[in-house]
Design a protein around this ligand. Structure first.
Ligand code: SF4
Ligand code: SF4
Length: 378
């Protein structure tokens, strides 16, 4: 059984606020005891799409970076470049500018931030992994392999094709290079349901690979389509579809990709899941909406499977927020499967990637949830 530490967002005293809770959770991991003396630490976080307003606060990132500086192990900050090519996140120079706009800079963080794919955005390392069910070769960000300890600061949100974006998704989609991301997505070739489509043409304008042509009907060129999923989530009439089998295969690939990162890091990874400002779409999308559950708190573990299962259980347990997608999809009640309900066509069951990751030996769905402040009072 794996340990998952939890600090609630509900603080009755100033000394239980989220920032102090984070420092406390860091101490509970006893990092100096499980890592070598001389190591390079990478702290991975998502700086968000240029138009996203609910990304992880730079204050949390700075707090974590300072903890390592205090231990005389100066860390580097890591973010990843997007698969979607539009906007400033695709181009490394634009990415630096966007980071500053979002409050992530040398001045605010006290350390440099690097792309997992290096300054060119193209540095990758190709790894082999015989464990993978669907992926045996994967390109991961070269800067990741430069570190001996990885600390994942994951802002938990919904995800249309995974149910939710948690620790497993962040390993797979946040630490792989663009080529690796494309390998994970390549089988998500969509089709168009012409009974729903009104030929508005948005998908043609949105597709960055010039794979869609809209005339009297909509044609997707399978030779050009890379399965990025952008048209699927942007079509205003939800007319662009993938099958539940394609979604399932994608989830299994995500678990496979996560196993590459765990293997490359020799399991020296600490996971922090932030269940705060939980929006329907991940931070790398501009389009999100209001949080659909109340703030829950921060989870910490050395086990990506356990922390994601605990995340799922906590989110299902709380009520949904009125006026959010929780109301739209009829999951306002406690003990409802919120992430699945708000996913694309309600078809992405988050347990698929969690179970698949467990089968790959990344961790256990059996966990003990330990409240950090109750522990303090014992
Ligand atoms: S965006 Fe949707 S509705 Fe518009 S043309 Fe494309 S498939 Fe049809
Ligand atoms: S057709 Fe859709 S899934 Fe394929 S590349 Fe274009 S936007 Fe991405």
């Amino acid at each position: 059984m794996s340990e998952v530490y939890f600090a609630s967002a509900t603080s009755y005293f100033p000394w239980q606020n989220m920032k102090i809770s984070l420092e406390h959770l860091f101490d509970l991991l006893k990092i100096p005891q499980w890592i070598p003396e001389r190591i390079r630490v990478g702290v991975k976080f998502e700086t968000g799409h240029e138009d996203c307003t609910r990304y992880l606060s730079p204050l949390f990132v700075r707090t974590m970076l300072d903890e390592f500086t205090r231990l005389h192990k100066p860390p580097i900050g890591l973010d990843s470049i997007n698969l979607w090519r539009g906007g400033r996140r695709y181009d490394p120079a634009g990415w630096v500018d966007k980071c500053r706009h979002h409050g992530f800079s040398m001045e605010t963080l006290g350390t440099e931030i690097f792309l997992t794919e290096g300054y060119t955005g193209q540095d990758s390392k190709t790894l082999m992994n015989k464990l993978g069910k669907k992926i045996r070769v994967l390109e991961i960000g070269a800067t990741v392999t430069y570190c001996q300890l990885l600390v994942m600061l994951t802002h938990v949100t919904g995800h249309p094709l995974l149910g939710f974006y948690g620790a497993i998704a962040d390993l797979a989609l946040g630490c792989t290079a663009r080529k690796g991301k494309m390998r994970i997505h390549e089988d998500l070739l969509p089709t168009v349901n012409m009974e729903k489509c009104n030929l508005c043409g948005l998908c043609e304008r949105m597709c960055e690979w010039d794979a869609i042509k809209v005339a009297e009907t909509v044609v997707i060129d399978p030779k050009k389509c890379v399965g990025c999923g952008k048209c699927i989530v942007k079509c205003p009439r939800v007319a662009i579809e993938v099958t539940s089998n394609q979604i399932r295969d994608f989830q299994i690939k995500v678990a496979d990709a996560a196993s590459f990162i765990v293997q490359a890091m020799d399991s020296n990874i600490a996971y922090f899941n932030f269940l705060i400002d939980c929006t329907p779409h991940p931070d790398f999308d501009a389009n999100s909406g209001i949080p659909f559950i109340p703030d829950i708190g921060i989870l910490v573990s050395k086990d990506p499977v356990a922390i994601d299962k605990a995340t799922l259980d906590l989110v299902n347990r709380v009520p949904g927020v009125r006026g959010s997608v929780a109301e739209q999809f009829n999951v306002l009640d406690n003990n409802t499967e919120k992430f699945k309900a708000i996913s694309f066509a309600g078809a992405a069951d988050p347990m698929v990637q969690i179970t698949s990751a467990e089968e790959l030996g990344l961790g256990s769905t059996k966990y003990e949830l330990i409240d950090v402040w109750e522990l303090e009072n014992e």
